[in-house]
Design a binder for this molecule. Structure first.
Ligand code: HEC
Length: 141
């Protein structure tokens, strides 16, 4: 009986350690994506969308419309790689400008910059995994 109790608590303990390690690994990955993503953002996005994602007057939309970003999550990688010229509504305002295509960014950089954007400026949407981005880039039209 005693043995059984010890065994099961040893099992529980190792399970807890396993979960903890798992959580940490995911967290480390998220932190890395976020930090690298902020560098990509500075180079490729900040000129237009500005340092706090606030955009520029009637020309450049802000990156603070959490609902838009969540609803269009699957399209964001294509926006970055192929650019955007549709009329879109952000924070209740209509934009009809042109975002140029950015073909130089590899899927991993797109994943990182989107992780940064969707977890900054008041957004809190978790990691964009590179596999998710690759998958979505294959379906751009
Ligand atoms: C040359 C200026 C410019 C650059 C550089 C640029 N954008 Fe944009 N972006 C725009 C414009 C203009 C729009 C609106 C396009 C429209 O009206 O259809 C836009 C729209 C967007 C949108 C959808 C609307 C919104 O505000 O949520 C996202 C997301 C976005 N850009 C992310 C990025 C990211 C990430 C980068 C860097 C990899 C980037 N942009 C680089 C000008 C730019």
């Amino acid at each position: 009986m005693r043995n059984k109790i010890i065994l099961s608590s040893a099992f529980t303990l190792s399970f807890v350690i396993f979960l903890g390690a798992c959580g940490n690994e995911a967290n480390v990955k998220y932190q890395r994506y976020y930090a690298d993503g902020s560098q990509v953002y500075k180079i490729y996005c900040e000129n237009c969308h500005m340092s706090k994602g606030e955009g520029l007057a009637d020309l450049i939309p802000a990156l603070t419309d959490t609902t838009f970003l969540r609803e269009n999550r699957a399209k964001l990688p294509c926006f970055v790689n192929n650019g955007l010229k549709d009329s879109i509504q952000i924070n209740g305002k209509i934009y009809q400008s042109l975002m140029p295509a950015e073909k130089n960014l590899a899927a991993i950089d797109v994943a990182k910059v989107l992780t940064y954007v969707t977890n900054s400026f008041g957004n809190n949407q978790g990691i964009y995994d590179v596999k998710e981005v690759e998958n979505q880039l294959n379906q751009c039209n």
